[in-house]
Design a protein around this ligand. Structure first.
Ligand SMILES: [Zn+2]
Length: 453
């Protein structure tokens, strides 16, 4: 007689393993944080579990991995709408980002992570750039941890950029920024793989050549991963041409900056030569389709990246340029944009889209041995998809239904590290949606008063 902590039975299981195996009717057993058994058919007689979910009629997928967001922007949905990137930043993200308190960051993190969990995400990468006060990072991390999501906290830095509107309070030399990254790594060292600390230059126009070099030396010597916004719009190359006489990707390549520890975010304007450089050095890409449409940035060359062997993941980007953290919505855009812009419906498939969201995400965060598929020995990060919703009826193929005919309503349960963090509309953290909304409204009233003063 075997006892498990969690048993999910009678499910269709899209494992997303290397063979893309699908078990039509089976069960998954979890002990502690890990998947310990996957089998076809009925659970053997006499098996017990502390918690059992009967997933009859539902599909079990590995959890999605959102490889790019800016949590504080969940306070700013719709603000600065319909403006171009730099103007949008100066109307929305930068003024509010310069004023928000640790408590406000914590509320924003709860909101962002709960929405992510309700759209099937089990891991979220926070690209944090409001660095003026170290307590803000701690507030953000506390809010992520409140919800039970697996977190990657990317404490980035800006060592220039006032000419593009970067508030002076957010600018700091790279060596000082790395001291703060070290503090975070020490403070949260006991979190294991539930919380990883990374760093990264925020964006081309906010980083000096010395800044890249200082950060790279730190990351390579300390084995720390890093991310950066790159080739989102033509501003990246314009700025680099003006200051260094070359484009950003060749410049970084010469510096030795392109490595398998790097996650390049957006990559809309990558040339075929730059895609080859990414492939040669094992750089991963975070594709942010909704944000790229919202800000009019364009369609990233995702098919070209995949064909060249570049690992591609999917991010939502901050909720001020999306304007949600609805990962399921982003997946539909992820596929449709590739088809529409190339006038080729076969350009990318639904299983390939789900693969970017799971396997691709796992590799992008350096955890492909533990995340990204439902396999024994991996972490129990999964979600249950309920296809019996008007938008999804009938389901012919779980991949196509999940990508093209679904919404957050289809997510019946989300499991992170073996724990059910969301089920049937309720969050295990106990945070109430209306209560959270009231708290955020009260804080926004204070922020508006400050900004208008
Ligand atoms: Zn971003």
């Amino acid at each position: 007689m075997e006892h498990f902590d969690l048993l999910i039975k009678n499910a269709t299981i899209c494992t997303m393993d290397s063979d893309m195996s699908v078990i039509q009717h089976g069960y998954v057993a979890v002990k502690g944080s890990d998947i310990v058994k996957i089998a076809e058919g009925q659970v053997p007689e006499g098996t017990t579990a502390s918690k059992t979910i009967d997933a009859s009629g539902q599909v079990l997928f590995p959890g999605f991995i959102d490889t790019h967001t800016h949590i504080f922007q969940s306070f700013l949905k719709g603000l600065g709408a319909d403006h171009r990137l730099i103007e949008w930043l100066n109307r929305s993200a930068l003024p509010y980002g310069a004023l928000m308190t640790p408590y406000q960051h914590r509320l924003a993190a709860q909101l962002t992570c709960m929405e992510a969990i309700r759209s099937g995400c089990t891991t979220l990468c926070e690209f944090f750039y409001t660095d003026q006060n170290p307590e803000l990072a701690d507030g953000c991390i506390a809010g992520m941890e409140d919800t039970g999501i697996r977190s990657v906290f990317i404490r980035t830095f800006q060592d220039r950029g006032e000419d593009y509107g970067m508030p002076a309070c957010m600018i700091q030399p790279a060596d000082k920024a790395m001291e703060e990254v070290s503090r975070l790594r020490e403070t949260y060292a006991d979190r294991g793989d539930m919380l990883s600390i990374w760093t990264g230059p925020d964006v081309t126009w906010s980083t000096s050549r010395e800044g890249y070099e200082t950060m790279l030396e730190y990351c390579l010597s300390e084995n720390v991963r890093y991310a950066m916004h790159i080739d989102e719009t033509e501003v990246d190359d314009d700025m680099c041409q003006r200051n260094y006489g070359q484009d950003i990707v060749p410049m970084l390549d010469e510096m030795g900056f392109l490595t398998d520890k790097m996650l390049g975010v957006h990559c809309v304007n990558l040339t075929s030569d730059e895609i080859r450089r990414f492939a040669d050095h094992g750089v991963s890409v975070s594709y942010n389709p909704v944000s790229n449409m919202y800000l009019g940035s364009g369609a990233a060359p995702i098919r070209e990246c995949l064909d060249a062997g570049v690992n591609v993941s999917v991010g939502t980007d901050g909720a001020a340029s999306n304007n949600t953290t609805d990962y399921i919505e982003s997946l539909k855009f992820a596929a449709l944009i590739q088809k529409g812009f190339t006038r080729d419906a076969a350009r990318i498939t639904a299983p390939q889209t789900i693969s970017m969201a799971t396997n691709g995400g796992a590799k992008a965060v350096g955890m492909e041995a533990r995340l990204g598929s439902i396999e024994t020995g991996k972490r129990a990060d999964m979600f249950l998809f309920e296809p019996r919703k008007l938008k999804s009826i009938p389901m012919h193929d779980p991949y196509a239904t999940a990508v093209y005919s679904s919404s957050q309503e289809n997510v019946a349960a989300t499991i992170v590290n073996g724990k059910v963090v969301y089920q049937d509309g309720r969050f295990a953290c106990g945070i109430d949606e209306h209560d959270l909304s009231n708290k955020i409204d009260a804080e926004l009233a204070k922020l508006r008063t400050q900004i208008n003063a």
